[in-house]
Design a protein around this ligand. Sequence first.
Ligand code: SF4
Length: 408
Amino acid sequence: MSKGMNAEGKEAVALKCGVETDEVDREAADVAVQGAEGSDAEVLGFSALTFRRRLGAWYRENARALPWREVGDPYATWLSEIMLQQTRVATVIDRYKEFLLRFPTIHDLAVAEEEDVLALWSGLGYYRRARMLHRGAQFVDREFGGKLPRSAVKLRTLPGVGEYTAAAIASIAFGESVAVLDGNVERVLLRVLGQAEQKGSRARARLADAAQRLMPAASRRSSGENAPGDHNQAMMELGATICLPRTPLCLQCPVLELCRTRGEHVTGARAKMQSRTVAHLLALRKRGIVTEVLLERRAADASLMAGMLELPGLPVGITQGREPVLRLRHAITNTNYYVQVFSEGIVPKEAMDETDVGGLLMENILATKGDLRWVTTTKLSQQPLTGLARKTLQRLNLMALPQVTIRL
Ligand code: SF4
């Protein structure tokens, strides 16, 4: 049987041979796999089928029970993939559940206010992802009747959906045979293939080709199995839990015998971490039994975290000789922020009246004429706070820590 036989051809063979079309599909897929194996082995240096089988068996035994792996909703897959970009699994778990409770469908998300979406994203960082997800939901609601398209090519038309996310959704939610290539998969591939880290589009294209050669054929919808989705998740799982950036656990690796590196691979120099000292004001006021905290809204055109709320910033010079109520370190990409938080105690309730301000720090904040607002501490979790503001308010016991039960 030829590799490229179309549906009509398969139907004809099925009728002639008296077998079910599904069986012919399976047979065609096997022949295609065997035919491709020879060339794959030449390029990869090992059998793609052997790699897949070992990886698959390991994944079935060792996959972590993560909430997005137990659902068959493409929207949930989309959400989890966006949340997991540059964010640790443990951080994502509770946010993911909260988000789905608040916005259970693409339509619910599409009609939500952006501020509510950002509030639920608070603590995950990289807020552009939330804005693009929101716009993506509006696009899907408008253009596709609220249902995600099934192919990676069409998924790429959504705002905020790049090559990686489109491949992840298409394979995990719809069984398309399209390989994902994220940081974890890249690392696994480089090590298995015995290559050093290389930058540039040609190096990436070579890795994408290797990843695709390892992919199983597309799943038939009626089979209830999803070999491409499972394979992609297994690759990412191997990178996240075994083939770690530092000190990989090679003795536990299912593809140890196929791997040419068996250890860390050669990587380029990492960007040096920068350090910056910043200061913020903690201003509180009492209104009866309610405590309020003063927050400032970042400019709508700020390059980072636009429109998010944070504790008002202070020039570091003005804090000389004062003792902060809190010191903490907060890393954003390649910068370590050494944060100091200063307080002038409880501000009188007239504090927003410029004629009756509490102290020098508060005066300085009012003079900047930023977009300030008092927020009740019990409502902080509903606000679009920056990650640093959330962390600071939690450390100061003004905001509850999320209650998370994580089973990994
Ligand atoms: S053997 Fe080691 S380096 Fe190779 S893929 Fe497995 S964990 Fe990674």
